[in-house]
Every structure is written in C-alpha cells, then in structure tokens.
Design a protein around this ligand. Structure first.
Ligand SMILES: Nc1nc2c(ncn2[C@@H]2O[C@H](COP(=O)(O)OP(=O)(O)O)[C@@H](O)[C@H]2O)c(=O)[nH]1
Ligand SMILES: [Mg+2]
Length: 245
C-alpha cells in the first residue's frame, strides 16, 4: 500500500535474464503486486524473474508480441487484481525505484490519473542520456505534444508511468499499439478519455551495458506512422464526442 493505494508494478521483459532479478529485487515493500510479462524471451527471463518474492507473478507470452502488448497484458492482470494504480517499470534496470513515490503522489493527492516520468526535468540528463537519444526524444516529444493533445507533457518516450484504475478502465486496451510507439499512442487515447496527465522528474539511467530495441530504423519506421495514426484516431474520436454533445 502506498498512501492507501494498492499498487501493482507491471514489468515488460524481453531477453532480460541479466537484469530482471535485480529489477524485481529493488521494488520497494509498499508495492503490493509485481507482474512480470516475459514477452516470449529466448533466454531464461521467466525463471530469473521468479525470485521467490511472494508478490511476483510471471506471465509468459507464447509468442513475441511487443512491449505495448506486454504492458497491455500486465494492465489486464492489474485490473483483475483490482488494484488502484498500475505502474509500468521496464525490466532492464533503467528506472530508479526511489522515483516511485514521485510517480504515485499526484495520484494519491487526486491531482492526476496518469503520471509519467520526465527525465528532462533531471539535471543528470545531459550527462546520462546519449546525445542521439536526446535528439530523437526531443523530436518525438515535440510531435507527441501535437498528436496527443497534451501540450504540457514532454519525454514522451519515457516508459516509467503510473495510471489510476479509473483511467485504465476508460481505455480500450484491445486497440492500443503493441510495439514501440505505444506510449505515444496511449497518450492520445488518454486525451480522448479526458484523463488528467502530469509529468514528474525521474532519474535517467543508462548503465554501461544499456541497449535498446529502438534505433534509427524504428524511430523512422514505424514510430512516425504510429504517431500519425494516433493523431487521426484522436481527432476523429473527439469530433464524434462533439457531435454527440
Ligand atoms: N526490445 C523489446 N523489448 C521488449 C519487448 N517486449 C517487452 N520489452 C521490454 O520493454 C522494455 C523497454 O524496451 P527497451 O528496448 O529497453 O526500450 P527503451 O528503454 O525505451 O529504449 C524492456 O524492459 C524490454 O525488456 C519486445 O518485443 N522487444
Ligand atoms: Mg531500456
């Protein structure tokens, strides 16, 4: 429990056998459930995720479906468990568990329904985040302000987030984009659902061995297409809302 909220942490993991146990072990005691989704890894991610901690549950996809699909599976399980908040934390140790209270406080205070990390609010960003990532992220964040409708949010690619069940229930999880680009798509859908969204400062972590499935290739294709699709979907859904009103 965190300030009377029951909280699940959803951990998408794909070939994270080196990092997953350490990620799970650092999740603080006030978290009630840890849902690891092994997205059909070729290594022993599932086995290593089961650290013996009674809060941990490992769900394995029978085929690789992408990070967005893995998070969707975790969100569904969180809804089944009737938690108040579902947090997403990557399985690669790039998110600092000491930032969890910062993510949860605006929800506990009733100020937001979706809180996302913003590494650009942290002074270490310029040293920690590789230059190519900064450039790509600034471009995608600026475009996502337009496509999502949330003009005040930045660092759209930060996957460290917390969502209240009330917002989660208003999103059609079947429709969510399943691969890279999902956080941008989710933001557009949250805007249609009229969710209150806020950014909080989180620490950027790029360890010595960091790697990512995102490269110039994914940044150019398919992410721009996902953004255009999300933008179109949002404008169409909001036009329908206005017609009904
Ligand atoms: N690359 C990749 N990562 C996945 C997939 N499914 C789940 N993930 C997890 O999603 C998280 C974020 O992925 P990552 O490639 O590190 O993205 P980045 O940190 O945003 O650059 C990691 O914990 C991955 O293990 C998948 O199909 N591909
Ligand atoms: Mg990563």
């Amino acid at each position: 429990m965190y300030r009377s909220l029951r909280v699940a942490v959803v951990v998408p993991a794909y070939n994270e056998s080196r990092k997953i146990a350490a990620t799970v072990e650092t999740i603080p005691d006030f978290i009630d459930h840890i849902i690891v989704i092994d997205d059909c890894s070729a290594d022993d991610t599932s086995r290593r995720a089961a650290t013996g901690d009674a809060r941990v549950e490992v769900i394995r996809h029978r085929e690789n479906r992408g990070v967005g699909a893995a998070i969707t599976t975790g969100y569904r399980r969180a809804l089944e468990l009737s938690v108040d908040v579902a947090v997403v934390m990557a399985g690669d140790g790039q998110m600092d568990p000491t930032d969890l209270p910062a993510l949860l406080d605006p929800i506990a205070a009733g100020d937001a329904e979706y809180v996302k990390g913003n590494r650009f609010l942290h002074p270490e960003i310029w040293k920690a985040m590789p230059a190519s990532r900064i450039v790509g992220n600034v471009v995608l964040s600026a475009v996502t302000r337009v496509t999502s409708g949330y003009r005040h949010v930045f660092d759209s690619q930060c996957g460290y987030t917390a969502m209240h069940r009330r917002a989660l229930e208003r999103i059609d999880l079947d429709e969510l984009w399943t691969r890279y680009g999902y956080p941008n798509d989710l933001l557009s859908r949250l805007h249609v659902a009229k969710a209150r969204v806020t950014d909080v400062r989180v620490r950027p972590i790029y360890g010595e061995h960091w790697r990512s499935g995102i490269n110039l290739g994914t940044a150019l294709h398919p992410i721009p297409w996902v953004l255009i699709r999300s933008w179109g979907n949002r404008l169409a859904a909001q036009a329908r809302q206005r017609l009904r009103a």
